[in-house]
Design a protein around this ligand. Structure first.
Ligand SMILES: NC(=O)c1ccc[n+]([C@@H]2O[C@H](COP(=O)([O-])OP(=O)(O)OC[C@H]3O[C@@H](n4cnc5c(N)ncnc54)[C@H](O)[C@@H]3O)[C@@H](O)[C@H]2O)c1
Length: 340
């Protein structure tokens, strides 16, 4: 695809005020796309839009993705829609356990409805945010796409709803091609550390920058696959066919991860070392339902699109730590300026 073609593209990004969606929108705008963003701010933040909300090629709609005919309403007249990046979801596993019906309504039924609308509007691609939670507690590592099927017992309504939605998206292969990206643990600037359900890196980084001890649940020997957000954005672009580096990438389901297992104990040490701090870790009880090991096989996406993670964990952590320093400085400046 030429730069000229990319400049003409209209892309819709749901979940645009979230951690990953905001990075993706920023990147699409920098490539010259027209970006229509949708979010209901249920877990996203207005400040995530700050860097691009005034961009002339950005339109924002505050709405729930389950609103009938949403895509028909938000698309500007006379544009040919090209890609729907569907990232909006109930993202919390514990919340999904407490609210299974709402989770299926948003994450599964909401996706089916958007998929129907995208097909009827002639979108070329739908790229969906699937999840490693679709694998349940499968011990065959690295996890390959075909290991998750109808018989898999996901550990939460979050995992199950993502599985059903990914399957529906991947089954879409007419005028509209569907791609579901099963993302593993994503990290980077703008990931909210303040939610009780936030990713381990954002929690570690926030505590380390505040000089507080890092809490590791269990013995810390559990492993995870961490992917830096810029790499994940690149995977979305590759899956959409917009990256410019590949031709028409196929539809289907693809893992997105680094392909590397990092023990949580080692992650804590790395964060503290990068901060120039001594060991400052407290160990809490193992969390029920936590899986022991998780790592992606990334062979399929590499073969299909050429994509592979490029940012080493240490480099991604440095950038995330720097960002967190900036956040804390901004918060304390605001407090100083506030009237007594
Ligand atoms: N962050 C990760 O490690 C990770 C890993 C695997 C999959 N994912 C998936 O990637 C996607 C983005 O995750 P994130 O980390 O950026 O989460 P996030 O919570 O920062 O972003 C999700 C966004 O969707 C919005 N949203 C939620 N429900 C909505 C609704 N009904 N209507 C409109 N907007 C709604 C939220 O307000 C938020 O801005 C999610 O689908 C998530 O399940 C994330």
């Amino acid at each position: 695809m030429t730069n000229q073609d990319i400049r003409k593209c209209t892309c819709v990004v749901t979940g645009v005020a979230g951690f990953v969606g905001s990075h993706l929108a920023e990147r699409l705008l920098s490539m010259g796309c027209l970006v229509v963003g949708i979010d209901d701010f249920s877990s996203g933040h207005e400040k995530n839009l700050a860097g691009f909300c005034d961009h002339p090629a950005f339109r924002f709609h505050e709405a729930c993705i389950t609103r009938p005919r949403l895509l028909h309403r938000v698309l500007p007249d006379r544009t040919t829609p090209r890609v729907l990046f569907h990232l909006a979801a109930i993202v919390s596993v514990p919340y999904s356990l407490e609210h299974p019906e709402e989770t299926f309504r948003i994450n599964h039924a909401g996706t089916l409805s958007l998929l129907d609308q995208a097909v009827s509007l002639g979108f070329q691609r739908v790229v969906f945010a699937g999840s490693a939670a679709e694998y349940g507690d499968d011990e065959r590592l690295p996890l390959r796409e075909e290991y998750s099927g109808d018989e898999t017992r996901q550990l939460s309504p979050y995992g199950r709803s993502k599985y059903l939605a990914s399957k529906a998206v991947a089954g879409c292969n007419g005028v509209t091609t569907g791609v579901a990206l099963r993302c593993f643990n994503i990290y980077g600037p703008r990931q909210d550390p303040n939610s009780p359900y936030s990713g381990v890196i954002s929690r570690f980084v926030e505590k380390a920058v505040a000089g507080k001890p890092l809490t590791v649940f269990g013995d810390g020997g559990q492993t995870r696959d961490f992917a830096y957000v810029d790499d994940v954005v690149q995977a979305y672009l590759a899956a959409s066919g917009l990256s410019g580096t590949v031709g028409r990438s196929p539809g289907g389901i693809f893992n997105v991860g680094s392909g590397t297992r990092t023990p949580i104990r080692e992650l804590a040490s790395m964060v503290l070392r990068l901060m120039g701090m001594k060991e400052n870790v407290v160990y809490g009880p193992e969390r029920p339902g936590d899986i022991r090991h998780s790592v992606a096989s990334t062979a399929a996406i590499k073969k299909a699109t050429g994509w592979e993670a490029a940012v080493p964990l240490e480099q991604g952590l440095r950038i995330t730590l720097e960002w967190m320093h900036g956040e804390r400085a901004a918060i304390s400046a605001q407090k100083k300026d506030a009237p007594p």
